[in-house]
Design a protein around this ligand. Structure first.
Ligand SMILES: Nc1ncnc2c1ncn2[C@@H]1O[C@H](COP(=O)(O)OP(=O)(O)OP(=O)(O)O)[C@@H](O)[C@H]1O
Ligand SMILES: [Mg+2]
Length: 264
């Protein structure tokens, strides 16, 4: 289970974020970057954050701790900004919190380099999960204590906005031409990239995916705006994600970074 905390005060919006994430303090004295269930894409992007964030963590990528953070709708009353007030109002209940990394700064691909293997691992997972948000314009990577940390996986798993069929998405190529880690990842030799691909693919077992999908709150799955909106069974949703991810893994010659470079 993801840890659950309760929000005690809303500190400030993170204006650069498209979905108006906010910095929130919780009852464990921690500070969290919160993705609100009432924002733009709804709970589907929270679902993607958990699936891709926790999968990444299990494949060796540094991801700040993810928690379920309970927001009391009454918090909105204390908020002067109308936009924030509205967001808190429609986000009462469980939201996604990510441990705030104090003193971190954004990776820009220029002043510091992560190990090539770390970069290639993040790129492989981005291709696997069709994450469109790791470009030069929108890197979503932090440097903290001289390590690379991956954040913001809300736009991954694009297929979830257009279920089913699984086949339509599983083999889809992935445009890596703008991927910010490509120059570092490509410092590995072809043999090293092949070995990494084989290693990562072998680690993505049905058991591992089951463990990750088990971390997604059922309520978020059932609150998604979806074409199959009348489905009231969270485990049926988890099985659908599992089916998709395993199918995509099986199609990896089509999307693997080294074999599927697509120029846009
Ligand atoms: N855990 C964290 N620790 C420190 N800073 C963070 C953390 N998470 C996010 N931030 C900062 O907040 C910004 C917005 O966060 P994030 O990218 O997750 O939100 P978003 O709304 O999905 O953004 P966008 O749509 O612009 O990509 C990040 O670019 C980063 O500067
Ligand atoms: Mg972002």
């Amino acid at each position: 289970m993801l840890r659950t905390v309760t929000a005690t005060s809303y500190l400030t919006p993170l204006r650069e974020g498209g979905s108006l994430p906010g910095l929130v303090e919780a009852d464990d004295d921690g500070m969290y970057v919160v993705k609100f269930r009432g924002a733009g894409q709804g709970t589907a992007s929270l679902v993607a954050e958990v699936i891709v964030g926790e999968l990444s963590r299990r494949l060796g990528v540094r991801v700040p701790e993810l928690v379920r953070i309970t927001i009391d709708g009454r918090m909105a009353r204390l908020e002067p900004d109308e936009e924030v007030q509205e967001l808190l109002n429609v986000s009462a209940g469980e939201n996604l919190g990510m441990d705030f990394l104090p003193g971190s700064f954004g990776y820009d691909g220029m002043h510091w380099q992560p190990p090539a293997r770390d970069a290639a691992t993040v790129r492989w997972i981005d291709a696997f999960t069709a994450n469109i948000d790791r470009t030069w314009r929108n890197p979503n990577l932090l440097i903290w204590h001289r390590n690379l940390w991956a954040i913001d996986h809300g736009a991954a798993l694009v297929f979830q906005h257009a279920w089913p069929p699984v086949e339509r998405w599983a083999a889809r190529r992935y445009d890596l031409s703008e991927h910010i880690l490509a120059p570092v990842a490509d410092q590995l030799s072809r043999e090293e990239l092949d070995a990494l691909d084989a290693e990562l693919a072998a680690r993505v077992t049905p058991e591992l995916l089951g463990e990750v999908l088990g971390l997604v709150p059922g309520d978020w799955l059932l609150s998604m705006n979806s074409a199959i909106g009348d489905d009231r069974d969270a485990d049926a949703w988890r099985a659908r994600y599992q089916e998709y991810l395993l199918a995509r893994l099986g199609e990896r010659t089509n999307w693997r970074p080294e074999t599927a470079q697509v120029k846009s």
